[in-house]
Design a protein. Structure first.
Length: 350
């Protein structure tokens, strides 16, 4: 009887361990592609220039800091798209404010006492009516330029000490805020107009769902697939998708497809393993511009019934990509951009 109990207990423990070993962990591979603009112009029309119509900030605006990826700046002849930079408002520092904080502590004699601490805060504002505008080509878009920052001294037990530090640092704060505003303007303008017009290089880490436990008998297969995928995508660049990329990925694809056939039962363990295969195949095909196959696996993922939202999100993303590709008259998200070396704006995810 005792031996039967031990056997049953061992069997239950092994079943539980195997069930737990189907937990999925996140793994990643790196890739590059292009983000397409919201407005399309033929390549020969992709020029722009900056017109600073007003600047009362007290800081010069360097038009050379504004770049539209895939477009050529033509400051001399002023051809193409005009971006007007209008900066009628300067800096608006608020009044310095002494802030008191009271803390209840115990002294050496274990008596409760209250101690006051003081610091000086000062908030700086910039903007309100400052903006950058596209003025022609049928595009009516404006970007409001604003920025704010709060500075503070250290805390002291007397307000006089806090004020002394403020008087020492206010000049430093003024200069720091002005530098921050300048950088904020360049970053915001570049980001905004590249989304509208530019071809942004998008470097991304793509998530895969793989078995995370060595106790699962399929763990090694998943790890083999990961290595194959990571190696294959090392050669993928924003402007280059190898012609044989699907052939390089085929061994990994076969691993996931074989697991789909092996785990066909209607239970949670099988659904999780199928989910990983559907999800990973969907992502692989999406990243090599094979949207038809990505849609196929997104629908299978939804029908699998385990975490269906990932499939629905992918279908929405593919629809957006297809609309952008149709608008921009391209069949891939990997191609060369004119003026890349000089005018490149990169969106880094890793």
């Amino acid at each position: 009887m005792k031996n039967n109990f031990i056997t049953l207990l061992t069997l239950l423990l092994s079943v539980n361990l195997f069930s737990q070993s189907t937990d999925l962990d996140k793994f990643y591979f790196k890739t590059e592609s292009l983000l397409l603009p919201a407005y399309y112009f033929p390549e020969e029309e992709r020029t722009f220039y900056i017109n600073v119509s007003a600047n009362k900030t007290g800081i010069s605006f360097d038009a050379e800091q504004i770049n539209i990826n895939g477009y050529k700046r033509d400051s001399e002849n002023k051809t193409g798209i005009e971006i007007e930079v209008y900066l009628p408002n300067g800096f608006n520092p608020g009044e310095p404010e002494v802030v008191k904080r009271t803390e209840t502590i115990k002294d050496r004699n274990d008596n409760t006492i209250q101690v006051n601490y003081y610091k000086v805060n000062r908030r700086y504002n910039y903007g309100t009516f400052n903006k950058a505008i596209i003025k022609d080509r049928g595009i009516k878009k404006a970007l409001l330029l604003s920025y704010e920052q709060e500075y503070a001294t250290k805390e002291y037990e007397s307000s006089e000490q806090a004020i002394d530090e403020y008087n020492l640092k206010k000049g430093e704060w003024n200069e720091d805020f002005r530098k921050r505003v300048v950088q904020s303007n360049y970053i915001d303008i570049n980001s905004y107009f590249n989304k509208l017009l530019g071809y942004t290089i998008y470097r991304e880490e793509i998530k895969l769902w793989l078995l995370g436990s060595t106790k699962n008998p399929e763990y090694e297969k998943h790890q083999q697939a990961l290595e194959i995928i990571q190696n294959a995508f090392k050669d993928v660049k924003y402007n280059y998708l190898p012609e044989d990329i699907e052939e390089r990925l085929k061994p990994a694809i076969l691993i996931f497809e074989e697991l789909l056939q092996k785990y066909r039962e209607d239970n949670k363990k099988s659904k999780k393993i199928r989910y990983a295969s559907y999800y990973n195949l969907m992502k692989i095909y999406y990243c090599i511009d094979n949207f038809n196959k990505a849609v196929e696996y997104a629908n299978l993922l939804i029908n699998n019934g385990y975490d269906k939202k990932d499939g629905s999100n992918m279908l929405e993303e593919i629809n957006k990509k297809r609309e952008g590709m149709n608008l921009n008259k391209v069949k891939s998200l990997h191609f060369d951009i004119q003026n890349y070396n000089e005018y490149a704006i990169k969106h880094k995810q890793y």
